[in-house]
Design a protein around this ligand. Structure first.
Ligand SMILES: C[S@@+](CC[C@H](N)C(=O)[O-])C[C@H]1O[C@@H](n2cnc3c(N)ncnc32)[C@H](O)[C@@H]1O
Length: 191
């Protein structure tokens, strides 16, 4: 597995560091669209007590479960397969909520960001594309090539202003913001 060989993406490492500032000991985590589970595994190994992992891809859920078992973490993670927006009502709140490169895979920004923010008791961290004009111009080309592969996956570049507005309305205050090429990493606290 690539993740085991080359490790986490740089932006994922930055997100983990930013949500871990001020300590995570004894906290709970809701990781949405966690893929193979890099955030879950690191935060559980660093002091988070338990995690809920929700992913729309059954292949990713399986891969994350296998990696969690390999690390002896499977008893501390509840794995759910499905669209977070559909499952939100039945999910518990968590101290930390993370969405690492998930907002860019989902068209209904408002539902995803609002419902996930409502789950965050203390911290909310996300990695998503910067909404620069150049990236918006190149987007149709990128999505065209993805279509050719037969994948149903599409990239969305949502408005940063809109994301920030939704999070502010949910009572979250921005603590950390870093730009990294195509991506930006933002962490909010509930104060
Ligand atoms: C680009 S991958 C990122 C995986 C991982 N977070 C990372 O950065 O390596 C996007 C992930 O988000 C999941 N996803 C997208 N929208 C989702 C939704 N509404 N609910 C749950 N999972 C979602 C996809 O299934 C996929 O696993």
């Amino acid at each position: 597995m690539r993740y085991r060989k080359v490790g986490r993406e740089q932006t994922t490492r930055k997100l983990i560091a930013a949500v871990s500032r001020n300590g995570i000991e004894g906290m709970t985590l809701l990781d949405i669209g966690g893929g193979v589970g890099g955030i879950q595994h690191t935060l559980l190994e660093d002091g988070v007590v338990n995690a809920t992992s929700v992913d729309a891809s059954s292949a990713y859920v399986k891969a994350a479960q296998e990696e969690a078992s390999r690390r002896g973490l499977e008893d501390r993670i509840t794995f759910l397969h499905g669209d977070f927006v559909d499952l939100a009502e039945e999910l518990p709140q968590a101290d930390i909520v993370t969405l690492d490169r998930v907002v860019c895979c989902y068209d209904n920004l408002k539902a995803l960001v609002k419902l996930s923010a409502m789950k965050a008791r203390k911290r909310y961290g996300l990695v998503f594309p910067r909404d620069l004009r150049l990236f918006r111009m190149l987007l149709p080309v990128a999505n065209f090539f993805i279509t050719l592969t037969g994948s149903p996956f599409r990239i969305f570049i949502h408005s940063t202003e809109q994301v920030e507005k939704i999070l502010k309305e949910q009572g979250l205050v921005k603590q950390y913001h870093q730009k990294a090429g195509f991506w930006q990493i933002i962490v909010y606290n509930r104060v």
